[in-house]
Design a protein around this ligand. Structure first.
Ligand code: G6P
Length: 760
């Protein structure tokens, strides 16, 4: 039986019993009242009558006595009157009573015995009567007894009527109370309970119920609170189980952000992760009287952001936004991403001189051209080197501060800006696990050997426990460079370098992009054409075919070479004039450096020259867009271009090639890719070219545009499989996994390190 029915029945029974008991008590009280009233009435009457009867009995005037009693008999409710002498013989009895009086009731007998007044209810011939027996006196003697009998049937009748009414009242009352109670239970308890049950059932079966469906007020509020908490714990547990199941399922296949999150958390086991890069992931700038937050154009930022989000660590980077100072706390920290804080960004401020010498000078006029074989001479200035050293110290001090309270922290230094930092950190914290990932190529020993501070750079790098490059060739070049310039032991089988007892592992980790796992199927093959026409129309151009290039304006990217190949293509294939337009998205970069200013001019002039040569009506061969575009702005070009052209003269990896592939959900589009970009080692289904060879490049463009949809589909599918499998999560997972597997010095008791550190 349901709880509510049981509750209702017991409530009805209780109400009925209580009401009955109450009615009975009322009936008894009223009966007692009637009894008492009758008793009082009888006593008054007996006293009055005795006053008349006494002298008549004393004088033996029995005839007068008879008359007296008969006279009283006609009074209301009097059943009869009798006068007895002391022998108990009736001397006068009213006529209606005489036949019923075969023996005397108890009160009469007692009055005869003790000479006192007695009264009580008796039954004569089955009729209920009240009798009062009062002695008649001839003082001091008792000479007889006067007994007056009252009819008491009316008391029973009145009591019965009262009892009937009470029973009807009880029935109505019970019915109403039961009805009200049932309604209250139904509305106030049964319904909320039902809602709660349904809510919990939905939760159990996996549909996401809405918390507002639960009763929110009154007695149910604590239950709702508890149930909501239970629900969120259940949700978390279910999500964790799903994640685990997903991880198990995909253990041998694709890495995802979720898998990385679980993996990194497992490997770190609570240890703190600190990433260091020059470029910050979020820059605050003043725009239109407000502070805006923007993401700088950087492959490094794209790559590292998911890692930090996954493990909630700290990212140390240079403050470059003009509103950066206004958005951090006194320790230079701000929680990011802005809408969904997941990790801490710790900003480091450099003086203008420091930035000039470190970033524009040593890093980008020295190391950048040194490592990229693009035939731009590196410039080495002692002042730049000093700034580089000083800034590495600043960042190392920031790292040491961030890890001061952490046992066995993990430090991921990024790129050629921080070659000295690994040793600076390890000298102070040998227990820290330190890796540096070199995002640009490592040249051969001869090329690197022209750097006046090559030994210091190598020594700084070898402070790390792990050094990562994009491809094996860069690892080999690094080992060769170290071999030629430093005292150390090199294990070429396992890629270890041991210097002064410290071992560094050197390994390739090909960086990549995040691939959208939710594929948007493109059924309508007309759509890309329409979207492309729309894009070109916005640029003021009409063309049937579109090529795209996306680069920082950098001399390593081979942009002038690309333009010259387009020129040659249009010379060789005049049918494509008026038909093919190449959109070059070029974001200005390192514009303080003369070489970059010159390049910007060269690129612009080349585009203008070629356009002047072929341009007709509203068609031109090259559209050059020299402003920074967001990833969202670039995506439509990736999605609709017939060909994407990457012509790096030398490149560590080149993420544009992978971004293009990741964007092609339609398995179409052709990638023309320089063989000097690290990406060409993985994307063998691109049309791989030597960007210095203008003829070859122009032919590749022609081949791309003429390629059958089937061949394009097969090539793109294969490239997408590679990019999907070797995605950014895999890069981060293997880098951190490898680093965490390295055994370092025993963890030391962390102490607070002040920001002033004396370096050797
Ligand atoms: C390219 C390189 C990265 C480098 C970045 C620096 O993306 O591949 O290794 O960190 O440029 O660019 P920036 O604009 O910060 O000088």
């Amino acid at each position: 039986m349901r709880l509510t029915s049981r509750l209702s029945i017991s409530l009805i029974a209780s109400v009925a019993v209580v009401s009955l008991a109450f009615a009975y008590a009322q009936m008894r009280a009223s009966r007692r009242g009637l009894d008492r009233e009758l008793g009082r009435h009888a006593l008054v009457l007996a006293e009055t009558l005795s006053k008349s009867a006494q002298p008549l009995l004393k004088n033996h005037s029995y005839r007068d006595l008879e008359r007296l009693v008969d006279q009283f008999e006609n009074r209301e409710q009097i059943a009869g009157v009798v006068v007895l002498n002391m022998a108990g013989e009736p001397v006068a009895v009213s006529s209606r009573l005489a036949p019923r009086l075969d023996n005397y009731p108890e009160p009469v007998r007692q009055a005869l015995q003790d000479g006192l007044t007695h009264a009580g209810f008796v039954s004569l011939g089955g009729d209920p009567l009240h009798v009062i027996a009062m002695p008649l006196r001839d003082e001091p003697l008792v000479i007889g007894v006067l007994a007056i009998f009252h009819d008491a049937a009316y008391i029973q009748q009145q009591s019965a009527a009262l009892w009937r009414r009470a029973l009807i009242g009880v029935a109505i009352q019970t019915f109403l109370i039961a009805l009200i109670t049932l309604l209250t239970i139904r509305i106030g308890i049964a319904r909320p309970l039902k809602r709660t049950t349904e809510w919990l059932r939905e939760l159990r079966t996996g549909t996401e119920p809405h918390a507002s469906e639960m009763p929110q007020k009154g007695e149910f509020a604590p239950l709702t609170r508890e149930a909501s908490q239970l629900a969120s714990s259940l949700r978390e547990a279910r999500a964790a189980a799903e994640r685990e199941a997903h991880l198990r399922e995909s253990a041998e296949s694709n890495w995802t952000a979720e898998r990385l999150r679980v993996f990194v958390r497992g490997r770190l086991g609570g240890d703190h992760l600190v990433a260091v890069s020059n470029r910050e992931p979020y820059e605050h700038v003043h725009r239109d009287n407000t502070i805006q937050c923007r993401v700088p154009a950087s492959g490094l930022v794209t790559a590292l952001e998911p890692v930090l989000c996954a493990c909630e660590g700290t990212w140390i980077a240079q403050a470059t936004g003009d509103a950066d100072r206004e958005t951090v706390n006194e320790a230079g920290r701000v929680r990011v991403p802005p809408e969904n804080n997941q990790y801490t960004l710790r900003r480091v401020w450099l003086t203008q001189e420091e930035e000039q010498g470190f970033y524009f000078g040593f890093a980008n006029e020295g190391l950048w051209p040194l490592c990229h074989i693009a035939h731009t001479r590196p410039i080495f200035r002692s002042s730049d080197w000093e700034a580089y050293h000083t800034v590495n110290q600043h960042f190392a001090a920031a790292v040491l501060e961030e890890i001061a309270r952490e046992e066995s922290p993990v430090v991921l230094a990024q790129d050629y800006h921080f070659a000295l930092l690994p040793r600076m950190v390890k000298q102070r914290r040998p227990d820290a696990r330190v890796a540096i990932f070199w995002h640009i190529p490592w040249p051969n020993p001869e090329a690197f050997g022209i750097c006046p501070w090559q030994r210091e750079l190598l020594d700084g790098l070898l402070g790390a426990d792990l050094i990562g490059f994009h491809i094996q060739a860069h690892c080999n070049n690094f080992l060769d460079t170290v071999d030629r310039s430093l005292e150390c032991r090199i294990d070429r089988e396992h890629f270890f370098i041991t210097r002064d007892g410290h071992r560094t592992l050197v390994q390739p980790f090909p960086i990549s992009v995040a691939v959208d796992h939710v594929e948007t199927p493109i059924h309508n093959t007309e759509l890309p054409h329409l979207e492309r026409a729309g894009l070109l129309a916005k640029l003021g151009v009409r063309a049937t075919y579109m090529g795209v290039g996306v680069d920082r304006i950098d001399y390593t990217k081979g942009i002038p070479e690309r333009f010259r190949a387009i020129e040659r293509f249009l010379e060789n294939c005049p049918a494509y004039r008026n038909e093919f337009t190449f959109v070059q998205i070029g974001s200005p970069s390192r514009t303080h450096i003369t070489r970059y200013q010159d390049l910007m001019q060269e690129v612009t002039e080349e585009a203008e020259r070629i356009n002047r040569r072929f341009q007709t009506g509203n068609w031109k061969p090259i559209v050059l867009l020299t402003r920074q575009h967001s990833h969202q702005e670039i995506l439509p070009y990736y999605r609709t271009a017939d060909v994407c052209v990457v012509t790096s003269l030398h490149d560590g990896m080149n993420l544009v090639a992978k971004e293009f592939v990741a964007a092609r959900h339609d398995d179409q589009g052709v990638l023309v890719l320089s063989r000097f970009a690290g990406a060409s080692h993985e994307l063998a289904d691109a049309l791989v070219v030597n960007p210095y060879d203008v003829e070859e490049l122009s032919q590749a463009l022609h081949r791309a545009l003429e390629m059958s949809p089937e061949e394009r589909g097969i090539r793109m599918q294969r490239m997408r499989a590679v990019v999907k499998e070797r995605n950014i999560y895999r890069w981060a997972g293997s880098l951190i996994g490898e680093l965490c597997a390295i055994r370092t010095a025993a963890p030391r008791k962390p102490t607070l390190v002040r920001s002033v550190v004396n370096w050797p």
